[in-house]
Design a protein around this ligand. Structure first.
Ligand code: NAP
Length: 476
């Protein structure tokens, strides 16, 4: 397959001003996959200035109908290229092919949604004192920098780029160094579908070089970031110097709360994939399970049995549920958590080892007897590891849930309506599901409380984040 390995600047693939390259490793085979051009500060300056010109010279003023048409064409072209996009994520990050196809389809759907949103997002007229007429305008910002992680590289890039473009901005997209291929393909496919040159630039390169240069560039008006809380904090600090707008989608340590009145058998069968999907490299992973004590033992038995059935292996096979971890470093980091759990005397009810000799695989691991101060209970592992703990009292359990510095996602399982509503209100997180593990809906806001982030992706709320609100008063 033809892999995109150059920067995508001004509607065409190009080499960097520097000679830097990043070697991609296929995590399923540990073999080198491709050498990708890495941008430097000169490329960042060129990309941002060109995007600014594209914004001033037409994109911001394009008739809504025309912008809608272009974004619909991008969506259609993404669907036509769905298999290519899926293969690129399969090869570069070991994404199981069935998930990779779903995520490619999700990216196309996101463009479709925001294509339709262009003409439906507008200001208001506001009654004010007599003798005056007051209205608000939603105006595009200029050039937006979007910085994305490697775990869901294609859909997350789409759910930042599409609303930013729909709102009339131009975008510079920086993919993670481990996963630049689908972002480069997005640039190429979008331009072939009619997006004017300069409106979307794609710059692979290191976070320290490209990321910092984007965040501090004076023409960048907003930084939309998804990644770790540590880097998010750094971006917020840098952006504060000239009051750049930021939205941050960061880490999580999400709870899965199961009450004895729930259909807990269904919860036990479905919960393993709520934490182990994407090999646990998911910001919404339900990695802390709270079980009401009366059902603790049968729940754990079912949960462990379901975990042992998961198919871990070659991501190119349609039946595979869990592929490798993204890199040797990511697996080593998860294994450090497991070593800590062993040392503290946690019980490994399942997993803990490497299932295959080749590839960065790690077994889905179920930990019991974990202490509330243990790292595995408190910190985001970003690997296939879950800790399960019984609870006796709802209020005490909620205090422990909310003691986390994170607040991204979570599930509540109960058939008691009052309890579902009461607990949904009480859990401090941006996204919750009752009797389900779903977190992401294109039409609904997605984002975190507390250290899990700031601002919202998806839904019409994302459009707010890519516009400035102006109030105009006209004396009559
Ligand atoms: P990361 O290390 O924070 O990297 C994310 C992105 O930031 C990458 O493109 C990275 O580039 C870039 N970056 C690194 N240093 C930077 C800097 N100084 N300035 C600007 N950008 C910089 O996170 P990750 O390891 O890719 O992803 C895992 C984390 O993302 C987890 O904590 C996870 O929970 C979080 N996440 C959150 C969500 C959500 O929606 N809340 C979704 C997915 C993931 P390089 O790759 O070149 O270093």
């Amino acid at each position: 397959m033809n892999l995109p390995t150059q920067l995508f600047l001004d509607g065409t693939h190009r080499n960097s001003a520097s000679a830097h390259r990043t070697t991609l490793i296929n995590p399923a085979t540990e073999e080198p996959l491709a050498e990708v051009t890495a941008a430097d500060v000169t490329d960042v300056n060129a990309a941002v200035e060109s995007a600014q010109r594209a914004w001033e010279s037409g994109w911001r003023d394009l008739a809504p109908g025309k912008r809608t048409e272009i974004l619909f064409n991008v969506s259609r072209a993404l669907r036509e290229n769905l298999e290519r996009i899926a293969q690129l994520d399969l090869l570069s990050i070991g994404k199981p092919i069935s998930d990779a196809r779903d995520e490619a389809g999700l990216g196309a759907r996101v463009f479709e949604y925001y294509a339709g949103a262009v003409g439906k997002f507008f200001g208001q007229t506001i009654p004010v004192a007599r003798g005056g007429f007051d209205f608000t305008l939603r105006q595009s910002m200029g050039v937006v920098a979007t910085i994305v992680p490697w775990n869901f590289p294609f859909p997350i890039a789409c759910w930042k780029v599409a609303p930013a473009l729909a709102a009339g901005n131009c975008v510079v997209l920086k993919p993670a160094s481990l996963s630049p291929l689908t972002a480069l393909a997005l640039g190429e496919i979008a331009h072939a579908a009619g997006l004017p040159p300069g409106v979307l630039q794609v710059l692979p390169g290191s976070g320290a070089t490209v990321g910092d240069a984007l965040v501090t560039h004076p023409l960048i008006r907003k930084v939309s970031f998804t990644g770790s809380t540590e880097i998010g904090r750094r971006i917020m600090e840098l952006a504060s110097r000239d009051i750049k707008r930021v939205s941050l989608e960061l880490g999580g340590k999400s709870p899965n709360i199961i009450f004895s009145d729930a259909d807990w058998q269904r919860a036990a069968e479905t919960s393993p994939m709520s934490v182990f999907a994407n090999t646990g490299q998911d910001c919404c992973a339900r990695s802390r399970v709270f079980i009401e004590r009366s059902i603790y033992e049968p729940f754990v038995e079912k949960f462990v049995a379901a975990t042992k059935q998961l198919i871990v292996g070659d991501p190119s096979k349609p039946e595979t549920q869990l592929g490798p971890m993204v890199s040797a470093g990511q697996r080593a980091s998860a294994e450090e958590f497991l070593a800590d759990a062993r040392q503290r005397g946690s019980k490994f009810a399942s997993g803990g080892g490497r299932p295959h000799a080749k590839g960065f695989y790690l077994e889905p691991t179920v930990l019991l007897n974990v202490g509330k101060e243990d790292r595995c209970w408190r910190e985001e592992i970003f690997g296939p590891v879950v800790a399960i703990m019984p609870f006796d009292d709802e209020a005490q359990m909620l205090r422990e849930v909310n003691a986390s510095p994170y607040g991204l996602s979570g599930s509540i399982w109960t058939n008691n309506l009052q309890r579902a509503l009461r607990v949904s209100r009480a859990v401090q997180s941006g996204v919750l599901s009752v009797n389900s593990h779903s977190s992401v809906h294109v039409e609904a806001p997605f984002g975190g409380f507390k250290s899990s982030g700031l601002g919202r992706d998806l839904g019409m709320n994302a459009m707010e984040g890519y516009t400035e609100l102006k109030n105009v008063y006209v004396a009559e």
